[in-house]
Structures are given as C-alpha cells and as structure tokens.
Design a protein around this ligand. Structure first.
Ligand SMILES: N[C@@H](CCC(=O)N[C@@H](CS)C(=O)NCC(=O)O)C(=O)O
Length: 220
C-alpha cells in the first residue's frame, strides 16, 4: 500500500500505525503549498480536496480520512492489537478518533496553525483548549494509553498534541498529558516515525526557503 503524507501533519498518525503494524508500505510525500508529490504528480488526482493522508491499497482502492485509514491499517494486522477486539472497547476507540478529529484537530489546532485565521477565530479556538484537553487528561488518569492498551487512537492523539509546541496551547496544566506524550515517544516505532518526519519537515522548510519564525508550524 501507499500512504500519501506531509511531514508532521495529521498523516503522521497513519505512518505510526503502519510502523506499529509492521505494514509493508511506501510513503509518498506531498508538498503542502503546491499539493504535488516531490516528483511533480498532482495530488488532487488522488485526493480531490488535496488533504493528507490518503491510503492507496495494493488493489488500487483509495481510502481517505485519517480515522478510516487508521482503522483500516489496524484491522489488516489484527495480531498487532492496534484496535480492540471487544465491541464496546472498539466503539470507545472510534469515540476517541472522532473526538480527536473534531474537538482537537479541527476545532482547536487548525485555526491556531492557520496563518490566515483572524485573531478572533484563534482566540475562540483557544478558548476550547481547557475543556477539551481537560477531558483528555481526565481520561488518562491512571492509564498509560486512551484505552489502557496502545491503539491507533493514541497515534492520532500523538500527532495532534505535537502541534502544541508551535501554537499557544499550553499543556503544562496537565502533567498527565505531558507524561503520556513522553510515554508515546518512548515507543520505538513512534520515535522512528517522528524523527523521520521531523527531518522531512526541515527539508520542506528549506525547500521553500522559509526561515522558520518561532511560530513556524507544520501543516495542520
Ligand atoms: N478530515 C480529514 C482532514 C485531513 C486534514 O486536515 N489534513 C491536513 C493536514 S493535517 C491537510 O491536508 N491540510 C491541507 C489543506 O487544508 O489544504 C482527515 O481527517 O483525514
């Protein structure tokens, strides 16, 4: 399969899922400003909206939406236990994927990362941080991962929480979240995925001759 991604974007979660699953995958980088692969293919021919990630299966089917891709990878490799077997736990995992995608990714971080978002929009988004992150923290009390065991929901949350460092989202009121980030980063496959994309992100900045200001942010 082929995973289309941009460095440090939400597609990092799908790369982590591939690594954790031991999946045989090739990774195709999309340059965010041009929406082209590095060898010039128009990515809109894969994903009409130009959003990463997209997964193209060996049979040639294209799957869009991070939450769907994460579940697809997890289900292809059941032995890696990246998705719970028990129905209620599986539903809880979907609950988290939905929460992370809507309440955190799109409602909180995207407006903060978007240089074109008006200040009032950023302030409104930031006003959601305390309740949303407080809810995450409450659910991490006494647990190593969102569902107790690692799942692809943790991969998604890791990718999204990483944007805190380049936005005004302050995680320091929630040591349990900071400890969770460190725990995830201590997983060898998470660390490998993150280190690789950080390197690619530096190259992306260099390619566009961007001198990274303190607020330089990866694509949300
Ligand atoms: N609903 C989509 C959203 C994906 C998304 O927002 N991807 C961002 C990167 S994190 C993107 O490609 N942004 C480019 C753009 O908005 O043009 C999903 O969950 O996969």
């Amino acid at each position: 399969m082929k995973l289309y991604f941009s460095p440090l974007a939400c597609s990092l979660a799908s790369r982590i899922a591939c690594y954790e699953a031991g999946a045989e995958a090739s990774f195709i980088e999309i340059d965010p400003p041009t929406k082209k692969t590095l060898d010039g293919l128009d990515y809109r021919s894969v994903s009409a909206l130009g959003l990463v990630p997209a997964l193209v299966t060996d049979a040639g089917d294209t799957i869009l939406e991070n939450a769907a891709i994460l579940q697809h990878i997890a289900e292809l490799y059941p032995a890696r236990r990246l998705i719970p077997l028990e129905p209620l736990a599986r539903t809880r995992m979907r609950q988290w994927l939905s929460f992370i995608g809507t309440e955190l990714h799109k409602a909180l971080y995207v407006p903060l990362l978007d240089r074109k978002a008006p200040d009032a929009v950023k302030a409104y988004a930031l006003s959601k941080a305390e309740s949303r992150l407080g809810w995450v923290a409450q659910n991490l009390e006494g647990r190593d991962y969102l569902l107790g065991e690692f799942s692809v929901a943790d991969a998604y949350l890791f990718a999204v929480l990483n944007w805190s460092s380049v936005t005004p989202v302050d995680l320091s009121p929630w040591p349990v979240i900071k400890a969770y980030q460190a725990r995830l980063h201590a997983r060898p496959e998470v660390a490998r995925a993150f280190a690789h994309e950080r390197e690619l992100y530096s190259r992306e900045l260099a390619r566009h001759r961007v001198v990274a200001p303190p607020s330089a942010a990866p694509l949300p």
